[in-house]
Design a protein around this ligand. Structure first.
Ligand code: AKG
Ligand code: FE2
Length: 352
């Protein structure tokens, strides 16, 4: 079975131009072939911070359900907060996971019925009453953001653009993160749906995803030929993938690869912490001048469980983000927003 390539970020950060070029070459190769890779030696995300973040996740999920529901996502027009097991749907199936969604802590916009709904994604988070949780999760999200910014520089070089080409995406980025638990099937109190999946096949809609998974496994990546590849946990490695924004920007040269998580049959919990790096919601997604030689090596006949009509590649990034979140969390969307004539608008009268 194919395995994903392992990239070493210390090469890109070294003083040697040859090492840096080697990293960019490996990155380009990985993205063209898989859209996914492992990353080791990311300095901002120390093993201590990884452990601390996973321990905080474990402490949260050990809380009684009524405590977790105090920060339920339905309270938040910004799609932030806790979703209980089975509350989320991906690719028409129920996901067998529970999770908290976070984003950059920014003030909420003053929404009117004229404002684009995606501006409603800006806003505060909901934090549980778990000592140290908030500080650790913020520290973790910032550390992953640093990795993403570094990788964006490498991706820019790989597209023959200036290293700082994507620096504009760092201005008030729409970074999101999830704290996720996949309970084992047959668990005494949780009842995962046997016909669901941990999370169904999907593409991430933004720029780059930085994922830390524990040692349980279950993440799979769909190769360009449609065959699923295990992205099994490797000690000291994160898993990185590109999202649909790159697919649009590069005219399908850098394809956002479909991935899923299988039902957890390990007998113990699986925890994962994905961070999604994206530009400001109001960003117009540029169509890049992709070099001819890269256009010529575009993956052909890509076999994908996510069909063309499910793609989220709107000209404004926030539109894709909003539609992605409203598809995964329809109850939250319909509480806070109305949908008329293919346009989402905030229900300004809706309150908590
Ligand atoms: O938990 C994982 O391993 C992957 C999660 C994922 O793909 C997502 O939340 O977008
Ligand atoms: Fe994903």
């Amino acid at each position: 079975m194919a395995t994903l390539p392992i990239l070493d970020l210390s090469l890109f950060l070294s003083n040697s131009p040859e090492d840096k070029a080697a990293f960019v070459h490996n990155l380009q190769d990985a993205v063209l072939k898989y859209g996914f890779f492992y990353l080791k030696n990311a300095p901002s995300l120390t093993p201590e911070l990884q452990d601390k973040a996973l321990k905080q996740a474990k402490a949260f999920f050990a809380l009684p359900l009524e405590e977790k529901l105090k920060i339920e996502m339905i309270n938040s027009p910004h799609f932030r907060g806790y979703q209980r097991l089975g509350a989320e749907t991906t690719n028409f199936k129920q996901d067998n996971r529970e999770q908290i969604d976070y984003g950059m802590e920014v003030p909420a916009e003053n929404m009117t019925d004229e404002t684009p709904a995606y501006l409603g994604l800006k806003g505060p988070n909901q934090w549980p009453d778990v000592p140290g949780f908030k500080d650790t999760i913020k520290e973790y999200m910032n550390a992953c953001c640093e990795i993403a910014k570094t990788l964006m520089r490498a991706v820019a070089i790989s597209l023959d653009l200036g290293e700082n080409h994507f620096a504009k995406f760092e201005h008030e980025p729409h970074v999101r993160m999830k704290v996720v638990r996949y309970p084992p099937m047959g668990h005494a109190t949780d009842k995962p749906h046997e016909h669901g999946l941990g999370v169904g096949p999907h593409k991430d809609y933004g720029c780059l995803t930085i994922l830390l998974q524990d040692d349980v496994g279950g993440l799979q990546v769909q190769g360009m030929d449609g065959v699923w590849i295990d992205a099994k946990p490797l000690p000291g490695c994160l898993v990185i993938n590109i999202g649909e924004m790159f697919e649009r920007m590069t005219q399908k040269t850098y394809v956002a690869t479909v991935h899923r998580v299988l039902n957890n049959t390990s007998g113990k919990d699986r925890l994962s912490l994905p961070v999604f790096f994206n530009p400001n919601v109001a960003t117009q997604v540029p169509v890049l001048q992709v070099p001819e030689y890269l256009l010529a090596s575009r993956p052909k006949d890509v076999q994908s469980d996510v069909k063309e009509e499910q793609l989220l590649q709107y000209p404004v990034y926030g539109e894709s983000a909003f539609r992605g979140l409203s598809r995964s969390h329809p109850m939250v969307a319909s509480k806070w927003y109305s949908y008329q004539g293919d346009v989402w608008r905030r229900k300004v009268q809706a309150t908590q």
